[in-house]
Write a protein that binds this ligand. Structure first.
Ligand code: HEC
Length: 146
């Protein structure tokens, strides 16, 4: 093979590799959203006090039976959950827990580990958004959980 031909081949190989990489990272992102009503990427603004206070109230009535932040209860400890998961994924876990544990890779693994099915807590999308804000506020040290 002549040098010029070799260059041509290696350039093609590089292009193919880059294309594969782009396709892969695209897929990965979709998966990280989980399964549920939240399909669009969320644009988050700095933590909002009124919104997280609303979330805190909902959390303390609908989620405390199974979750703490610093330690395991029935479900996983929620400290730093906003750092390890995407906001879209968290919203879908709250709004669609049954399908999440059946179809989403991470949620499936959690179910295998905790052996309890998180149940839908009859929350609206707005409630879930407020809950997400509360978890963000806890993770940023703006509020201490009960
Ligand atoms: C019946 C107990 C139960 C209730 C009530 C419950 N959860 Fe869960 N939660 C779980 C379990 C168990 C898991 C792990 C997945 C599974 O097994 O279903 C989980 C997983 C999660 C996760 C993912 C944690 C991680 O590490 O990625 C989040 C976020 C979450 N729950 C938030 C909430 C919120 C917010 C509420 C209140 C609206 C709530 N949960 C109510 C049991 C519960």
């Amino acid at each position: 093979m002549q040098i010029s031909e070799f260059r041509k081949h290696s350039t093609t190989a590089l292009l193919v590799m880059l294309l594969c990489l782009a396709a892969f990272s695209g897929c990965g992102k979709g998966e990280e959203f989980g399964v549920g009503p939240v399909k669009e990427e969320m644009k988050l603004t700095p933590v909002d006090a009124a919104l997280y206070s609303k979330g805190e109230q909902i959390f303390n009535t609908k989620c405390v039976a199974c979750h703490k932040f610093g330690s395991r209860l029935v479900g996983p400890p929620l400290k730093d959950v906003t750092k390890r998961r995407r906001p879209e994924w968290i919203m879908n876990q709250i709004l669609n827990p049954l399908e999440m544990t059946q179809k989403d890779k991470i949620s499936k693994e959690l179910f295998a580990q905790y052996l309890i099915q998180m149940t839908f807590q009859d929350v609206t999308t707005d409630d879930a958004r407020a809950l997400l804000e509360y978890m963000r506020a806890v993770d940023e040290g703006k509020v201490n959980p009960q």
